[in-house]
Design a protein around this ligand. Sequence first.
Ligand code: KIV
Ligand code: NA
Length: 276
Amino acid sequence: MKNTVLTLQQRKQKQQKITMLTAYDYTTAKLMDQTGIDCILVGDSLGMVMLGYEDTVSVTMEDMIHHSKAVARAVKSALVITDLPFMSYHASVYDAVRNAGRLVQEGQAQVVKLEGGRAFCEHIKMITQASIPVIAHIGLMPQSIKTLGNYKVQGKAYQQAKDIILDALAVEQAGAVAILLECVPAALAKLISELVNIPTIGIGAGVGCDGQVLVFQDMLGMYDGICSKFTKTFAPIGQQMKQAFTEYCQEVAQAQFPAPEHEFSIDETIIHTLMD
Ligand code: KIV
Ligand code: NA
């Protein structure tokens, strides 16, 4: 059965943790979906881990739609959430609604996510009014890297912590179906999770959130760009991939691959006739 926004709400009510990972392609999303994961996020982190950009600000609507469609085709049960990329919703509420609509119609997303708190409540309200569920991403907002200067924990000082709480309360009021909390102190994330009635999904926000998300290349040790304290390598797949590539090259170089069992045969007499 396909998960919906109701699944998120029910998880919070039953105090069952929500599981989420990012995926950007058909093969990975299919493997993930088969494990019974609750949600798959087509994050704009694809700019870095899939496309090799330095940050997420170069990611376009076309990039998001392309990867979202691939994920949606693979998924039978997980809730598919797709990020609105930088500049697809900043200039106007109109842009926000149109582009959220494109992620649903062309990208087959069930839910969209945008970065912003109080400043984006009108956007959240109008996207929701267009019958598209929205997740608000607050705390560390990577699309703001140019004004932030670096990726660091948000809300350690009193005023900053208070601002994040006010953002959380405001986006709930605006109709967000969940809140993504990135890189905030664990105790602050726990407090916010208790203050709001919608689920919180954390990344670098401690165990007190209603759910967790990680970037799949990070949790498999495949990406050596920015490495954060908050990720955990669940399996050293990056290392295993490198080893497999190395072995392949060696076997090809030494003519050990392909072996007879990998070859197709033909009647010898045909070859002899061809040689005449
Ligand atoms: O783009 C992304 O992968 C995200 C997660 C870090 C939450 O927004
Ligand atoms: Na993102």
